[in-house]
Design a protein around this ligand. Sequence first.
Ligand SMILES: Nc1ncnc2c1ncn2[C@@H]1O[C@H](COP(=O)(O)OP(=O)(O)OP(=O)(O)O)[C@@H](O)[C@H]1O
Ligand SMILES: [Mg+2]
Length: 257
Amino acid sequence: MPNDELVKVTDLVRYYKRGKIKIPALLGVDLSVKKGEIVGIVGPSGSGKTSLLNVIGGLGRPSRGSVVVDGSDLSQLGDTELSNFRLKKIGFIFQFYNLISTLNAAENVEVPMTLAGMEKEKRQNRAKELLRIVGMGHRTDHLPDQMSGGEQQRVAVARALANSPPIILGDEPTGDLDSKSAKKLVELIRTLRRENKVAFVLVTHDPLVVQGCDRVYSIRDGKVIKEFSQTDINHFRLDKDRDDMDHLLLTDDMVAK
Ligand SMILES: Nc1ncnc2c1ncn2[C@@H]1O[C@H](COP(=O)(O)OP(=O)(O)OP(=O)(O)O)[C@@H](O)[C@H]1O
Ligand SMILES: [Mg+2]
């Protein structure tokens, strides 16, 4: 693997088994992510985006093909190794933040560090520091329902950073945010990649997120159908290729709605 390559997915196939029925979700995906790169995944509902993210994050196993993340070949890992991998190497952010409602911001950020066995004072200090980095340093003792969606998502980003993973995976991370909060989240993501060299893989329908990506894969029916380069995205950013942007994001199912 070239040494700036963080994720390498080769000919990834993933089926879900329902009794005797095999439901295909991914049908031969090739993809790569470099250290500190922000990669977008777009595509219609049911095209396999979440399945792809889950396999990269060690939440699902490949049925065939190979997934190598930060030097670990995931198909070679046992269950304990895989959960260790998730804890140390991957941060997750979700559409609905998934914070624990009975824990305050700092305690939520501490959860992955507790699971990793970090000692109390160290994790309390780190939680404060991470909340400061995401702009939530003044809200450490607030409960999730005392924060706006955008604020909760920034706490979720701090939690994702807890064990210093090289990569954060996001499934529609701005899906529940207003455009101002979405913009702030994209800015935060770009700052984290610049200052901490964290890579991101972001499943999204949001033009704001796409504009913040370095590269975008468009997937359909479990396959990559197109890859958009930095140059393509710069065109979208400058609003020069409105039609292409619409083509990228207005997937069949969205048009049908
Ligand atoms: N746990 C599961 N069991 C069975 N089939 C599943 C399961 N999860 C997903 N699938 C199927 O796999 C395919 C891909 O689903 P996936 O959730 O990856 O799509 P998606 O692109 O994330 O869609 P959306 O945009 O709606 O979130 C779909 O046909 C879906 O029905
Ligand atoms: Mg999904």
